[in-house]
Ligand binder design. Structure first.
Ligand code: PLP
Length: 222
């Protein structure tokens, strides 16, 4: 199947739900991104700063760029002029730098709090207490150019449906707790980014609002 056919198939699966597709374009050349754009894709996810910054000027301005990989504070300046959402917010320090750089461009950058939900030790992300410590800090509350719009998580890479769905349920519970406690009046705090090529059907069943799909659209990255 072509990229266009794959994207159309995903859009059909998502029709009638509130979930949206993040097309994960990392490692793929600009021509493939143009093909995805022509097929209607508008939300692109990249995990390397240099790669996203190089591709962004080559695509139309209405692309919503999402940073989905770990982001070092010293690289924020390269994304600040254009990035729509940083899905991998894992520290107050990063939020402060996003705020500082977004202010220089008179912008507001959206962010998702990334949680550690997988069994693997290596996967990054916050615990619930760490996230609450950030949200309760006066330093966070002073930020004006960064806006948290939800949560993100990466499940264990496993065919065990019970395990993976349990992790997605955990992330959803974190979202509900934060929503009720800190964002009850904030309609923009509504995103639960979970689900990739291998596990998106389970993520959708558990309430995902953003599925991040690469290989099921472009084929394997080799
Ligand atoms: C690469 C990546 C994806 C997409 O993975 P696929 O298995 O190719 O769909 C999703 N989320 C994150 C954080 C990634 O790094």
């Amino acid at each position: 199947m072509s990229i266009a056919e794959n994207i159309a198939a995903f859009e059909q699966k998502l029709a009638g739900t509130t979930a949206r597709l993040v097309v994960v374009t990392k490692t793929h050349p600009v021509e493939k991104l143009r093909e995805a754009y022509a097929a209607g894709a508008r939300v692109f996810g990249e995990n390397r700063v240099q790669e996203m910054a190089a591709k962004q000027p080559e695509l139309p301005a209405d692309v919503e760029w999402h940073q989905i990989g770990q982001l070092q504070t010293n690289k924020v300046k390269y994304l600040a002029p254009f990035v729509h959402t940083v899905e991998s917010v894992d520290s107050l320090r990063l939020l402060q730098e996003l705020d500082r750089q977004a202010a220089r461009h008179n912008r507001v950058i959206r962010g998702l709090l990334q949680f550690h939900i997988a069994q693997e030790e290596t996967k990054t992300g916050l615990s619930l207490p760490e996230a609450e410590e950030i949200l309760q800090s006066t330093a966070y509350q002073a930020l004006r150019h960064v806006r948290l719009t939800g949560v993100m998580g990466i499940a264990t890479n496993s065919p065990d449906e019970t395990l993976v769905r349990g992790e997605f349920q955990q992330l959803r519970q974190y979202f509900e707790h934060l929503k009720t406690t800190y964002f009850a009046q904030d309609k923009e705090f509504r995103e639960i980014s979970m689900g990739m090529s291998a596990d998106y059907p389970w993520a959708l069943a558990e309430g995902s609002t953003l599925i991040r799909v690469g290989s099921a659209i472009f084929g394997s990255r080799g």
